[in-house]
Design a binder for this molecule. Structure first.
Ligand code: ADP
Ligand code: ADP
Length: 229
């Protein structure tokens, strides 16, 4: 599903060039659950931005679901993001004035589905993440864990082929983090492909494969024989 071949990413800062990724190659198959780890500055966010079609590599190739997306225009990248990728962030990025239901319906507005059906789909997915009794709540009327569930529902409502999570538990205490990891395990069991960046071992050990970055290169890529769930 994901084929990355020798990608590099260089950032120019003044006269200096920062080599954020150096010849990274990586294949991720449909249905895998991968954690990306590494120290601060190792290139995790850069890799996630490329995987999520938010940015393109300086060199090398990225093929997503059979399409070469390495050199697309911003508009084409935006189309691919909307149709293929769901994002979950450390900060939940919910619209503060809108209800949980409205937040989750939003991505469907661009897909041309009628309002009645948008509502049905959003209600279903909010129920799936355990928020059937919180649909009319605004973000500030929800706990941190509930907000992250709304964000996860919003990421999934378009049925993306890839769910990307960047430090999804970074703002949550350990008990709530564990609940979110349980939800990720359920999402994975349903056949979704998950890639999650985390710097926490306790969170990474929920994934079935752990890729470690160091100084812009893959330091190790191992199967986790004992995922938590
Ligand atoms: P991580 O997510 O692992 O902390 P990043 O991918 O954010 O790592 O950063 C990798 C390297 O690239 C770092 O040295 C960082 O300073 C640099 N970098 C990241 N984004 C930019 C940018 N927009 N402009 C210049 N340098 C950047
Ligand atoms: P947590 O301990 O998980 O952070 P909170 O103590 O923030 O949870 O919230 C407990 C319950 O109260 C949650 O179910 C949440 O929906 C509800 N709640 C929290 N804040 C508000 C609010 N401002 N208005 C309405 N309900 C709220």
């Amino acid at each position: 599903m994901i084929h990355i071949e020798n990608i590099t990413k260089n950032y120019r800062v003044g006269t200096q060039v920062v080599r954020a990724l150096r010849s990274v190659s990586l294949d991720i198959h449909k249905g895998e659950y991968v954690a990306i780890m590494g120290a601060s500055g190792s290139g995790k966010s850069t890799l996630m931005n490329i995987l999520g079609c938010l940015d393109t590599p300086s060199n090398g190739k990225y093929v997503l679901n059979g399409k070469d997306v390495s050199r697309l225009s911003d508009d084409r990248l935006a189309e691919i993001r909307n149709s293929e990728i769901g994002f979950v962030f450390q900060v939940f990025n919910l619209l503060p004035r809108n209800s949980a239901l409205e937040n989750v319906m939003l991505p469907l507005v661009y897909s041309g589905i009628r309002k009645h059906e948008r509502k049905n789909k959003a209600e279903q997915i909010l129920t799936d993440v355990g928020l059937e009794d919180r649909m009319e709540h605004r973000p500030n009327e929800l706990s941190g864990g509930q907000r992250q569930r709304v964000a996860i529902a919003r990421a999934l409502v378009n049925k993306p082929s890839l769910l990307l999570a960047d430090e999804p538990t970074g703002n949550l205490d350990s008990k709530i983090s564990e609940e979110i990891m349980k939800l990720f395990a359920e999402i994975h069991r349903k056949g979704n492909t998950l890639v999650m960046v985390t710097h926490e071992e306790d969170i990474a050990r929920h994934a079935h494969r752990i890729v470690k970055l160091k100084d812009g290169e893959i330091e190790s890529d191992t199967i986790n024989k004992n995922p938590v769930y």
